[in-house]
Design a protein around this ligand. Structure first.
Ligand code: ADP
Ligand code: MG
Length: 583
């Protein structure tokens, strides 16, 4: 809390860096991820002195991904602290990703001195303007005294509040270099109170009544649980809706775990069937974008009735006209729905034809993937790998994942039992998020329990985007197990013999397929280089053993480099990289 005695000690001076750090502390900022340099080093040090955890990363992009994941996991913005010009530009990817995912984030960027503006100052760049496209709010305080206000001011400038109120998103505050070392009279600074959690909004009663009636009259109902439901902490109410009214549900990728994946009403294994034939769909915090095939035929019935629940009014009615719109916080609205449905003794008949169809489809899909998983041939395929991982996956672990098939197939096999425990490439389909997300999840895990682990499942290509963050993981000794599912490429690669053929050509750049990476790369050595444990595995037995050892050893992070069939895709499709079918 700000020192209320400041007023009496009126002559006391304080550096701009300390004012900024105190403003962040006052807003309950717990974590700052960043890379220091001119002019932000002093801010990081001042923040540490106030007890804010500072995590130094190796690339601003990863730092920004980490800070945004903190926002999603905790409901308060994580801070990303970057230097001017290129540092800020590297962070733009993280801002865009946070905004696309509707996650709170606060980026603080140092910038060049004000009196050198337009003169070609060191790393000079129009930062406030650059961030505008990727944020809900982007501003530079008019003076150092204004900083506490920009971080949270009731009437106008308001980064923390804007990041968490309404639809959450990214915010940017620019700090010119001359602010950082400026000495200011402590008397002239007034810190704003900590911004409270957003007020909870409820849907109109008449709309709730209408939604309940549409649900009761549904022949083939389906609940879709998105990451908005996870963010809203709506797990208890949604689980009640599922169980009390015997409704089938489908989680989106990051909606996994709001209701556990192994719940008997989870129809994830019959996803396409459920979407295609549902006649009423209740959408809890998921947009009808590419992830849900826009809500349109042929993936849906042309006359399917959507009941759309979202906190963002502008989202309602995107791409199609919903039967009912419920504007409000999902946790509150799902409670309203429960209360309304409770007024009669209705439940969806568990012996309906719809349930039967879904169960049959689930059974056959599960059998098909088990069949693939049981293949004894080497190198292993994705399914074999994920079935062995799933067997040992701790119930409460965070699962972070990115890659193409690695993420898609992993999603269907690896189960989540807790809400907000799955992080992946998300709405923006961003590659490179994995290690930053894993580091953020590990920080949260560490604060909760010494046992909780983060399992980060990376494609070999995805791992390359932020591989040097392994040093960060080792520096802070984070409870992370990295799995690199290695098929020597992007979507697919060459085996060693085929690869050697390409090297016979005088100019390999003309013949090496764009998706190929160096075969049999020993990514585990990136981990051992920094003192963690590394494993190179080629068989199910080696995989099982290395997983067991990694889970048992809580003293060190580890990386298991898992060699799989380089051409192992879901379906054999020649030149599929030239189409969009691999999406
Ligand atoms: P998914 O990736 O799971 O499909 P999306 O990111 O597409 O999810 O959608 C999440 C939606 O959740 C966004 O439209 C966002 O406005 C909404 N949302 C976020 N927080 C809340 C909340 N507390 N209550 C209601 N809706 C929310
Ligand atoms: Mg790959």
């Amino acid at each position: 809390m700000p020192d209320s005695n400041f007023a009496e000690r009126s002559e006391e001076q304080m550096s701009g860096a300390k004012v900024i750090a105190q403003a962040l502390k006052t807003q309950d900022v717990e974590y700052i991820f960043g890379i220091v340099g001119i002019p932000v080093t002093e801010i990081a040090i001042a923040a540490q002195q106030l007890g804010i955890k500072y995590i130094g990363m190796r690339n601003e992009q990863a730092a920004c991904y980490a800070a945004s994941a903190i926002g999603y996991l905790t409901g308060r913005p994580g801070v990303c602290l970057v230097v001017s010009g290129p540092g800020l530009i590297h962070a733009l990817g993280g801002m865009a990703n946070a905004n696309m995912n509707c996650w709170p984030l606060l980026v603080i960027g140092g910038s060049s001195e004000r009196n050198q503006e337009t003169m070609g100052a060191f790393q000079e760049f129009p930062q406030v303007e650059a961030c505008r496209l990727y944020t809900k709010f982007s501003a530079r305080p008019s003076s150092i005294e204004a900083i506490p206000f920009v971080i949270e001011k009731v009437q106008y400038l308001r980064a923390v509040r804007t990041s968490i109120y309404g639809r959450p998103g990214a915010c940017y505050v620019d700090i010119p270099a001359d602010f950082v070392n400026l000495q200011v009279n402590v008397n002239s600074i007034k810190y704003m109170e900590c911004c409270m959690s957003p007020p909870i909004s409820m849907a109109e009663t008449s709309a709730v009544r209408m939604a309940a009636s549409v649900i009761r009259n549904a022949k083939q109902p389906l609940l879709i649980i998105g990451k908005g439901a996870a963010y809203a902490h709506a797990e208890e109410n949604i689980k009640k809706l599922v169980e009390q009214y015997k409704l089938p549900f489908l989680p989106t990728p990051m909606g996994k775990g709001v209701v556990p994946d192994n719940h008997p009403n989870c129809v994830g294994a019959a996803r396409s069937r459920a979407l295609q034939f549902a006649d009423v769909i209740v959408l809890f915090g998921a947009r009808l974008n590419w992830i849900l095939h826009f809500g349109l035929p042929p993936r849906y019935q042309p006359d399917v009735k959507f009941i759309q629940v979202d906190i963002c009014a502008e989202e309602l009615g995107n791409n199609l006209k919903p039967a009912v719109t419920l504007l409000g916080d999902i946790s509150a609205v799902s409670k309203q729905l429960l209360e309304e449905l409770d007024k009669t003794s209705w439940e969806y008949p568990p012996e309906s034809k719809w349930w039967k169809t879904l169960r049959e489809k689930m059974k056959s899909n599960e059998a098909a993937s088990k069949e693939l998983a049981s293949k004894k041939s080497l190198p292993m395929n994705y399914y074999t790998v994920f079935y062995h991982v799933q067997e040992q996956l701790p119930r409460d672990c965070f699962v972070v994942s990115e890659g193409a098939n690695t993420m898609d197939i992993g999603r269907t096999v690896l189960q989540n039992y807790l809400p907000r425990h799955r992080l992946d490439a998300g709405t923006f389909g961003t590659m490179g998020v994995g290690l930053g997300f894993a580091i953020a999840a590990a920080m949260v895990a560490k604060d909760r329990s010494p046992e909780q682990r983060v399992i980060c499942v990376e494609g070999d290509s995805a791992f390359g985007f932020s591989g040097m963050e392994v040093e960060t993981i080792c520096r802070y000794n984070l409870p992370i197990i990295l799995l690199v599912v290695n098929n020597n490429g992007i979507y697919q690669g060459f085996d060693m013999n085929t690869w050697k053929e390409t090297l016979k050509f005088r100019d390999p750049t003309a013949v090496v397929p764009p998706m190929c990476l160096l075969p049999n790369s020993h990514y585990e050595q990136v981990m051992t280089a920094f003192g963690g444990k590394g494993y190179f595995v080629e068989t199910p037995e080696e995989l099982q053993k290395s997983l067991r050892q990694s889970l048992a050893d809580t003293t060190k992070p580890s990386l298991i480099n898992i060699m799989i069939e380089p051409q192992a895709t879901r379906k054999a499709q020649d030149f599929h990289w030239l189409t969009r079918s691999n999406m």
